[in-house]
Design a protein. Sequence first.
Lengths: 64, 472
Amino acid sequence: MAKEDKAKDETPVMRPVEEWQALFATPDWLFAAAKAKYAWPRGQEVTESGYKAAIKAAENEVIR
Amino acid sequence: MPQPLLPDVWFSIQDGALGILPPPTDGVSAKIGVATAGPVNQIVAVTNLKQVREVFQGGPLAEALATHLALSGAPVYAVRTNASVAGTAGNVTKTGSGTGTMTVAGAPLDAYSVQIKITRDGTNLAAGTAAFQYTLDGGDNWSPEIALPVSGTYTLPGTGLSLTFANGASGTSFVKGDLYSFTCTAPAYTLSDLNTSLDVLLGDPREWGWVHVVGAATPTIAAGVATRMQAAETAYRFAFALLEAADDTDANLLSAWTSFADKRVAVAGGYCELASPLSGQVQKRSVAWPASGRLAAIPVHEHLGRVLSGPVQGVVSLYRDEFKTPGLDEQFFITMRTIIGRNGFYFTRGRIKAPAGSDFQYIENRRVMDRACRIARNAALRYLNDSVRVDGAGNIYEPDARAIEAFVEGQLLAGLVSPGHASEVQVSLRRDSNVLSTRSTTLTVRVRPLGYLEYLEVDIGFSNPALEVATA
C-alpha cells in the first residue's frame, strides 16, 4: 500500500500550459512560440518538465 | 506669455493651426540579422553602402542592407543580433584525378557554395607549380588564378574559412580540373537572440514601417514575432514584420505554415539568385530581400507586383516561379514570378500571412491603414484632455464636434488622400455620448482604399461596320 502511495506521489503533475505560463511568468511571445512549435490547443495538459523543455526548445529555435 | 501687471498689449501665440503632418515613417524599415562586425543590439541608421562596409563588413545582415540600399536608396535601421549559433562548413567532395586532398576549417561568416578548381598541375605542394581559382557562389563568379601556397594553407578572404591542401601518397597531387566543393551555412541566431534585438528596436522612439528578420524563420519564430508585433500595436507602433520561409519544397512549406496566420507578419516563400552590391557575388537569397527593398522604394499604397514599376533589379534568376508552380501565393506567402511578355522578375502580390478574409492580407492595405492610424492618432491627440462645450443632455456641442471632425479629416485627407494613398476618408464624432458623465466619446474613421486591377479580362474581336449599321 505504501509502495502504491509513493508511486502515486511520484506521478508527474499534469497542468494546462496556461497555468504553467502563469506560474513561471513565461513571456507571451515565448509562450506563443512554444504553443506554435508543439501545436498545443488551449488547455493542453503537460508536466512541469515537459513544459520547461518545450519553452527551452522554443527559445532556442534557430533563424539561419 | 503671462498677462503684464501694467496695461499693455501682449501675445498668446497659438500652435498647431497649420495642421502639419507627422513625418512619414512608413517607408523606413529596420533589419535584424547576423553580421561580421558592428555593435551588437544597437540601432545603426544606415544610409549608404560605404557605411555598411565600414560598420558591418559582411554577413547576411550587411548583404541584406546592401540589397535594400541598392533597390531603394532609403535609409534603414540595422540591428546586429547576437549570433549564438556558429556557421558551419559541410563536407568537402572532390572530383578529378589528382591524389591530393583539401580540408576546410573555420566558422563561415555567411552562407556560401564554395568550389575550388585546380587550374595548373602540381606534383606536390613543394613543387610550387599548382594554382587554383575559387568561387563562393556556386560558380557564378570566380576569383583570379591563385598560386597554391607551398605551405598548403590558404585563407579565403572575408569568409572566416581557411583551406588546407595536402599531398597525395603517390602520383600527381593536383591535376588541372580537380574540383573541391562544399557548402556553408551562415551563422545563426535564436528566437531568444531575436527577441533581445526586438526589445532594442521596439524600445527606441524612432518609427519604422516594417522589420525584416534576416534568415530563414519557422512558424515557431513567426508566432513569437507576431506576439511582439501585436504588443507593439497596443503601444501605438503600427508596423509589420517581414520573415523568410526556409528554402524548402512547396509541399513542406504549406504543411509547416498551415496553422500560422497573423495580420502583422508577412512571410516570403521562395528564393532567388541575387547579385550582391557589396561583393558582386550572386548568392541564393530569400525573395524577402528584394521585397524589402522594393517596399522601401514605392509609396505605401502601391501593389508590390505593379508591372508599371518594372522588374525587380538585381534578381538574376528564380529558384521558384509562382507563375510556373503556383501554390504559395494563395496561401498568403510573398512570392516572385515571371510574366509572359515581360523581361525580368516581378512579385506576384504583397502578402501578409493574415487569416483568410482579413482586409490585411495585402501589404498595401496594411501600410495604408498603418499610416492612417499614425495620422489619426496624432490628430486626435491634439484634443486629448481638451475641454468641449456640451448641450443640455451633456453631449458634445455640435460646432465643437464639427471642429474636431474637420481637423482630423483634414489631416487624413492631406496625409492619405491627397498623396493618392487612399480614395476617401470619413471622420465622424459620436454626438450622443454624455461627455459630462463619461468624459469620453468616440471618433470613427473610415478609409476607402484604392482598388487594384489584379485580373484584367480583355474582350477582343473583329468588327464589321457595315453589319453593325445593318443591325441598327
